[in-house]
Each structure stands twice: as structure tokens, then as C-alpha cells.
Ligand binder design. Sequence first.
Ligand code: PDD
Length: 277
Amino acid sequence: MSIGYINGKFISLDELVLPLDERGHQFGDGVYEVIRVYNGVPFMLNEHLDRLITSSKAIKLPITETIEDFTRLINEAIERSQLKDCNVYLQITRGIATRQHLFPEVPVSISMTVRPTKALSEEVRTLGESAIFHEDERWANCYIKSLNLLPNILAKQTAHEAGCFEAILLREDYVTEGTSSNVFMVKDGKVYTTPLSKHILHGITRLAVTKISQKLNIDLIEKHFTKQELLDADEVFITSTTSEVLPIVKVDNQVIGTGKPGEMTKKIYEQFIEETI
Ligand code: PDD
């Protein structure tokens, strides 16, 4: 059963709970995490919570909860939902106060939803997905998982309207990341991904792939690459909590490699699934 949580109370998802003066919806003044639960266990929960704390500190949210408090809360929500495979969406905003730009002196709002996972189809996994390139129009602090996702959703919608799954974002001709994913390419047996900086989200699935590469003795190189280098790659894949490791076989209508999901992507995906069991 899908369930919700807001400021100390578990609720049903259709309950109306927030007053109009809530900074999440008035300013996008908050941060969030999306955590995947496999067989009742939240995947890489500590890493997600570390990132949540980093994001909260970066925007000066006065949270008093500890990582242990969030862990308890998330596990209770999963238990109450009785869902085995689900997604937890956790959001913290600067709280409820009459609209004004300055920080109010009120407690933060913590809310959460737990919903069943909508897994990608087998067809998508075997055929791969397509993407477009799109200018990265976001701000300078994309490492913060902030609620302000307007450039991301506009680019994602543009991709969707072009019949594609994702938009690969470009900053001065270099790939940063996807609208809701990190981007990898494979060339001559080596895997490349954009280095961590303030310009990209430090993806948890990206981190999982770096660990998998070490385990499988795969050369993974963190290096900036251009639009053309990506088009010339043998394989491209994206990573995220919701897509896991997903092959991209066409970008801007140009076929990548053989046009089919490659062996390296398959190997990394299979190991990723191993790690979730
Ligand atoms: N998005 N880059 C961006 C901009 C993202 O929004 C996401 C995830 C990622 C991948 O991060 P992770 O592997 O930690 O999920 C990269 C989530 C899933 C979302 O907004 O729904």
C-alpha cells in the first residue's frame, strides 16, 4: 500500500496536509532524496542520507534529525507500507511561514512518500533507450539535490516530445549529466564518466558503478568528454536510482556503436542487480 508521511504523522496519500504558505511549493526551498527499496531493504541508504545532509547543509536548512533518526523513519515507513519493492521519496523544506524571501524561524517540514516501484520493461532493457542532447541551463550548484528542477523537467519533456527517454545535458559542448541520471560512455574497453564537481549530482548509482568497476577490474576513468566523443563511443549508458544501469543506443537520432546494448553495459548492469539482492 502506498503511504505518506508529514511532520511526525503517517497519512494516506490523498490526505490534504499542507497550508498554502509552505516554502517547498512557494520557493522550491528544500532538498530531497529518492531511495530504491529492493526486497524490503533500502539500497545504499547511508550514502543517500549522507547526500541528504550535504544538500541540507548547503542550503542552510536547520535540521535537528540525525542520520539514525532518518534511518528509523524510512524503515518504519517501508514496514508500514508492507511493500517489498518500492521507492521512498523524502523531502525536507524550510517549513511553513508567511511568504517572504528571508529564512523564517520555524521548524523544517519533513515529508515522505512510499510507492511501489515501476520497473522498466524487459523490452527497454534489451533494446536500449534513446536520448537527445540539450543545453545544461541549470545553476552552478547541481551537486545539491534541490527541489528546483525546472530546467531538468523542461529538458526531460523536450526529450519525451522527441520520442526519447532522457536529455543528456551539455555545458559548453561537454557532457555534464542527464536530467535525472548520470552519463557513462565506453570506448575501446574503458568506461568514462564525468568527474564529480558542483556541476553534477553525485549519483548514488554512479558510486555503485565505480565500486562495481573496481570489483570487476574494469578501467573506469573520470574525465570530461564532449558531445562528439559521446557520439563516437562504443556504448553509452545512464545510471539512476529509478533506471539503475540503462543502455542508451541512440542520441539525437545518431546510432551509438552497434545500436544495441553493449557487453560492458550488460556486465555492469548484471553485477548491479547482484548487489541489490
Ligand atoms: N534523480 N543526476 C540528476 C540530476 C538526478 O536527478 C539523479 C537522480 C541522478 C542519479 O542519482 P542517483 O543515482 O543517486 O539516483 C543524477 C532522481 C532519481 C529523481 O530526481 O527522481
